[in-house]
Design a protein around this ligand. Structure first.
Ligand code: NAG
Ligand code: NAG
Length: 212
């Protein structure tokens, strides 16, 4: 009796332990789903009762069942993004382009230290580009173009030495365009159609960004 109880406890432990490693990621994705409106049912397979989110459509995991890609570009979704996205700590690709997502970009996205690509272009995002993005040391592609973003380009982003592509065109940014670090290489097209953005940055004009 006692032995069979022990065995069933053990079996339970092994059945459940994979969930423990990814539960927080499944929870984060489920929280995202609850914020979104999904008229074409692209999130239908997102069943929170499964052990982990790795079988959900538009979600990719690595061999340890950690979420490394979220591919929801061009999916006709609307709604907002929340702080829980910052819990997807293994995420490398955040692809949410060409939707109708509105509201602010959560500063918690700055916690995604493994992120290689963040594509939020062609949405209705507003507010500022979070300064916390300066912590995204692996980031190579950052496309925020065609939204309604305001405020300056945070100078802190010049520390992103791996950044290869940066596009903030077609927003409502202001201030001056940085020229340090990777910003020395970005084409002027990356910044066009921001009515109050001046640049490239002139010596001594960084103070111009205060209150822009
Ligand atoms: C996108 O959603 C809208 C409703 O919000 C719907 O009218 C339209 O047909 C959808 N488009 C596609 C391509 O599914
Ligand atoms: C400039 O950007 C705004 C905001 O995204 C957009 O509505 C407008 O169509 C763009 N204008 C041009 C000429 O691309």
């Amino acid at each position: 009796m006692a032995l069979s109880f022990l065995l069933s406890l053990l079996a339970f432990h092994f059945a459940v332990s994979p969930a423990i490693s990814t539960n927080s990621e499944g929870n984060a994705l489920h929280a995202l789903r609850s914020r979104l409106s999904d008229p074409t049912n692209v999130l239908q397979s997102w069943d929170p009762s499964l052990v982990n989110p790795c079988t959900w459509f538009h979600v990719t995991c690595d061999s340890n069942n950690h979420v490394i890609r979220l591919d929801l570009g061009n999916c006709n979704i609307s709604g907002t993004l929340g702080p829980e996205l910052g819990d997807l700590k293994y995420l490398q690709y955040l692809e949410l382009y060409r939707n109708n997502i509105q509201g602010k970009i959560p500063k918690e996205l700055g916690k995604l230290k493994n992120l290689v690509s963040m594509d939020l272009y062609d949405n209705k995002l507003e507010g500022k580009i979070p300064k916390s993005f300066s912590q995204l040391k692996s980031l190579k592609f950052l496309r925020l173009n065609n939204n309604k973003l305001t405020g300056p380009i945070p100078r802190e982003l010049t520390a992103l030495s791996n950044l290869k592509i940066f596009d903030v065109s077609n927003n409502n940014l202001c201030g001056t365009i940085p020229t340090d670090g990777p910003f020395a290489t970005f084409p002027i097209q990356s910044f066009e159609n921001n009515s109050r953005l001046n640049g490239p940055e002139l010596q001594g004009l960084a103070s111009y960004d205060f209150g822009c």
